[in-house]
Design a protein around this ligand. Structure first.
Ligand code: FES
Length: 241
C-alpha cells in the first residue's frame, strides 16, 4: 500500500467573486511513479471535477503546468510525489493573471514579452522566396542551444523580486531571450537596437540579482550567465552611445 498523501490546494474562481479564496484538502493514496499532474487528474476525476489546473504535453515541454508545491516552483508533470513530503501544499504561480485555482494565464505575459523584445530574427537581407535556408555553423548552433531551450513556463518570472514589484520588467525569460538573439549571427540588429530594449530598469538594470530565477528554473537554464552577459554588453553600450 502506498503512502497516504494529503493535498492542500488553493481554490479560487475569479468568476465567483462572492466566494473567498480558500485552501481545500484532498486525500489520495500514492501509486508508483505518481506525479503531481497524475495526482491532480485523479483528484479531479474521482473527487472534485471543479478543480482547475493547466497541462498540455505531460512531458515537461509545453511549460503549462507550473505551480508552487511546498513553497517551490515546479512543473506538475515532471514532479514525482515520492520526492515530496506526504503533506503537499499547492499554490498557483503569483504575478500572472488568475484563471482559477492552480491555473494562471502565462500566455498573455509571454506574448507581450515577445512584442517588447521583438523576439524574431531581424535579417538585413532582402527577402528572396527562392533562397535556401540560412545555414548556421555548428559552433553558433551550440552557443545558442542552451538559450533556445526555454519552455516559457514562467517560473523564473513568478519568483523574481523585480517582476513582482514592477509589471514592465522583462524578467529572466526576456533577458535570456535577448541574449539568444545577440548570439545569433543571422540577427542584424545593432548594439543601439539592443540597448533600447535592455539598457533600462525594465531591462537588465532592473535585476536585483537575487538569482532566484536560476534557482527555480525547472530546466536548469543558465539564466544567471545570460543576465550577466547582457548586462555587461549593456554597460559597454551605455558608455559608448
Ligand atoms: S504539461 Fe507540459 S510542461 Fe507540464
Amino acid at each position: 500500500m502506498g503512502r497516504l498523501l494529503t493535498f492542500d490546494i488553493f481554490r479560487y474562481n475569479p468568476n465567483q467573486p462572492g466566494v473567498k479564496p480558500r485552501m481545500q484538502r484532498y486525500l489520495l493514496e500514492e501509486t508508483p511513479g505518481m506525479t503531481l499532474f497524475l495526482s491532480l487528474n485523479r483528484i479531479r476525476e474521482e473527487q472534485d471535477p471543479s478543480l482547475m489546473f493547466d497541462f498540455v504535453c505531460r512531458a515537461g515541454i509545453c511549460g503549462s503546468c507550473g505551480m508552487i508545491a511546498n513553497g517551490i516552483l515546479r512543473m506538475a508533470c515532471s514532479t514525482l510525489t515520492r520526492d515530496l513530503f506526504p503533506s503537499i501544499r499547492l499554490m498557483p504561480m503569483p504575478l500572472f493573471k488568475m484563471v482559477g485555482d492552480l491555473s494562471v494565464d502565462t500566455g498573455t505575459w509571454f506574448r507581450q514579452l515577445n512584442k517588447k523584445t521583438k523576439a524574431w530574427i531581424h535579417s538585413r537581407q532582402a527577402f528572396d522566396p527562392d533562397a535556401l535556408e540560412m545555414p548556421m555553423s555548428n559552433a553558433d548552433a551550440a552557443n545558442i542551444y542552451e538559450l533556445e531551450r526555454c519552455i516559457e513556463c514562467g517560473c523564473c518570472v513568478a519568483c523574481c523580486a523585480t517582476a513582482n514589484s514592477r509589471d514592465d520588467f522583462l524578467g529572466a525569460a526576456g533577458i535570456h531571450r535577448i541574449a539568444r538573439f545577440m548570439l545569433d549571427p543571422r540577427d542584424g540588429r545593432t548594439q543601439p537596437d539592443y540597448f533600447k530594449i535592455l539598457g533600462t530598469q525594465e531591462g537588465t538594470f532592473g535585476c536585483f540579482e537575487t538569482m532566484a530565477c536560476e534557482d527555480h528554473c525547472p530546466l536548469n537554464l543558465p539564466l544567471d550567465d545570460s543576465i550577466e552577459y547582457v548586462r555587461d554588453k549593456a554597460e559597454r553600450m551605455g558608455k559608448k552611445y
